[in-house]
Design a protein around this ligand. Structure first.
Ligand SMILES: Cc1cc2nc3c(=O)[nH]c(=O)nc-3n(C[C@H](O)[C@H](O)[C@H](O)COP(=O)(O)OP(=O)(O)OC[C@H]3O[C@@H](n4cnc5c(N)ncnc54)[C@H](O)[C@@H]3O)c2cc1C
Length: 577
């Protein structure tokens, strides 16, 4: 049952209180309420997603970033390695959380990253082989909207077909698709084709898989929450902001099963079994610290009485730095710039989506992308230790036909004529670390978010390597007819030093924060939760969201689903439900 008012809530205590109806939170809600004897309240700060068209049209995803009623409109602190720029740092604030506003790439990440989770936490249960069955549980792979034959575009053996989240392959082809594939043939050593990015070995160039189905976004709200809203043992309150967790024991080990929240006025509810924090990698550490779980001295300086000293809360933050390089081409038939400037073309494409959920608006605008490792002999490793987790973990990601082969830049203005090809690049296993810190004891004051982009020099060197790989890619024979020329600032960045300044002045976020309440062995003071995701040093509190990752991996949504599926299994096991 979805309620919009606190007065409609039936109880003052529930078996489980879940904080945040986001990507992970809705997995917990769905799996726990499958048992009719278990009662769950989920408290979500954002509004109901149902009926908000902008959230379900895949092609319109970027527009959500400026819809401030659906997002946490965060900004980072000045990034010291990015010319002191601050960056917009949006998160989803709506049922479905960031899965309702993200760009829908469905990527589970490399085997090596999950094996690193297992090593770090001392729990084999987090290894790729152990988590893999949970990865299949969230997924329902469905045919693409154009019904084309997908043989050779994915490996059915590594996909789920009965989970809540529909995933699919592109249903709109772009002229550059065949050129990308030809490049994997003419130089399969540097640019191998990989039939399935989600097998645990994502290296090479693959077809993009998205969490869309039938031409619409399948967020955690669409897949996990709305179908179970009729369960009588579930209550969901939207537009209700959790302000802190309450220690309900004055002696012995703290017990955090009280939840204070605000919905026009303040309320408290209690969990009989557990509070599960699923507020995401920014708000989870914020709430822990507001509740007295964090670095004691910092909390005291803000007037917050510490419950336990947990210095790692908010630390070890990672995110992928993202950057774009643009080439111009006199051959406009390969790019969509001209079409997208034509209002009739755009209106017709939208009309096609409205009537049949097919065409340009049914897709995310990117069909093929690649993950690459630098060779062991690469100069970068004479200077830096390799931060990647192992042989399946990429060093860089390149999205070759980003957003329909049109001009796309995070810093430069859109030209009103010409045709362009944009590659977006990311450092996949960055060495930089950042933090989330409280600036106030007021729960409505935004925390200080510092992703620490490029603060480790390896990340800048890796981004320069990514540009060289992209350049090499577009220098291969299939691209000759396009007569590509580096465009804009890229055209003038003719040395690595000039590339470095361009990177510093343009890098932005891939919106993948994680690791701010990371998992680890009990003896490890750099970890906030144990390998069962229970907050160390207190009772009754578990964290299940991107904050618990031991280190950064892929695009985070599919890994978060897998972590949440396993998290739900851990909760059920702990309470024998
Ligand atoms: C613009 C963008 C594009 C992205 N693109 C992709 C992509 O293409 N592929 C991919 O894999 N990943 C992508 N990501 C990342 C991915 O979506 C997130 O990492 C993932 O969804 C995070 O899941 P989560 O459960 O940790 O947090 P969220 O899904 O953000 O959920 C947290 C929820 O908690 C709620 N909440 C927070 N604080 C409170 C509070 N105090 N009280 C009550 N409720 C609260 C929030 O409103 C939210 O609903 C993208 C993210 C963004 C923002």
């Amino acid at each position: 049952r979805l309620v919009d008012s606190i007065h409609a809530i039936n109880e003052s205590s529930y078996d489980f209180v879940v904080v945040g109806a986001g990507t992970a939170g809705n997995v917990l809600v769905n799996r726990l309420t499958a048992n009719p004897n278990v009662s769950v309240l989920v408290i979500e700060s954002g509004e109901n997603d149902d009926g908000v068209e902008g959230l379900i049209v895949p092609f319109l995803a970027p527009d959500n970033l400026s819809n401030t009623s659906l997002i946490w409109n965060y900004t980072t602190v000045p990034q010291t390695a990015l010319d002191n720029r601050t960056l917009a740092y949006q998160r989803g604030r709506v049922l479905g959380g960031s899965s309702s506003i993200n760009f829908m790439f469905y990527t589970r990440g490399p085997r090596a990253d999950f094996d690193r989770f297992a090593n770090f936490s001392g729990d084999e249960g987090w290894s790729w082989d152990s988590v893999f069955p949970f990865m299949l549980e969230d997924e329902d792979l469905v045919p693409p909207v154009d019904g084309h034959d997908t043989a050779g575009e994915f490996n059915p053996a590594v996909h789920g077909t009965s989970g809540p989240i529909q995933t699919t392959l592109t249903g709109t082809s772009f002229p550059t698709d065949s050129l990308i594939l030809q490049t994997t043939s003419v130089n399969s050593t540097a640019f191998p084709f990989n039939i399935d990015v989600n097998s645990g070995d994502p290296l090479g160039i693959s077809w993009v898989q998205t969490d869309t189905g039938g031409g619409i976004r399948h967020s955690s709200a669409v897949g996990y929450l709305h179908p179970v809203l009729t369960r009588v043992n579930l209550e969901v309150i939207a537009n209700a902001h959790v302000t802190r967790l309450l220690n309900i024991k004055s002696r012995q080990e703290p017990d955090m099963r009280g939840v204070a929240f605000y919905s026009r006025s303040g309320f408290v509810v209690y969990a009989r079994k557990e509070v599960i924090l699923a507020a995401g990698a920014i708000n989870t550490p914020q709430l822990l610290m507001l509740s007295g779980i964090g670095p004691s001295a910092e909390l005291e300086s803000l007037g917050i009485t510490p419950v336990i000293d947990s210095p790692a809360v908010g630390q070890h933050m990672q995110d992928h730095p993202l950057f774009a390089v643009v080439w111009s081409s006199p051959n406009s038939s390969f790019t969509l710039d001209a079409s997208l400037r034509n209002t009739t073309f755009v209106a017709d494409a939208l009309e096609e989506w409205v009537t049949s959920k097919t065409g340009l608006f049914s897709g995310v605008g990117t069909n093929l992308f690649g993950w690459f490792r630098f060779p062991p002999s690469s100069n970068i490793f004479s200077e830096f230790k390799d931060p990647a987790a192992g042989p399946t973990a990429p060093h860089v990601e390149i999205i070759f036909n980003a957003l329909q082969n049109q001009f796309r830049s995070f810093a430069q203005p859109i030209p009103d004529k010409g045709s362009y090809l944009t590659a977006t690049l990311a450092v996949s296993s960055p060495a930089s670390r950042g933090s989330v810190k409280l600036t106030s004891s007021n729960p409505f004051t935004f925390p200080a978010i510092d992703p620490g982009f490029l603060t480790h020099p390896y990340d800048l060197a890796a981004m320069i390597e990514a540009i060289h790989i992209a350049d090499d890619f577009f220098s291969q024979s299939p691209w000759a007819d396009l007569q590509l020329l580096p465009f804009g600032a890229f055209a003038n960045a003719t040395t690595d030093d000039l590339l470095a300044s361009m990177i510093r002045s343009e890098v932005t976020t891939f919106w993948h924060p994680c690791c701010t309440a990371r998992m680890g062995a009990n003896s490890d003071s750099s970890a906030v939760v144990d390998s069962n995701l229970l907050v160390k040093g207190v009772n009754g509190l578990r964290v299940v969201d991107a904050s618990v990752m031991a280190s950064l991996t892929a695009h985070l949504q599919a890994p978060v689903y897998a972590i949440a599926e396993r998290g739900a299994a851990l909760v059920k096991l702990a309470w024998d439900i």
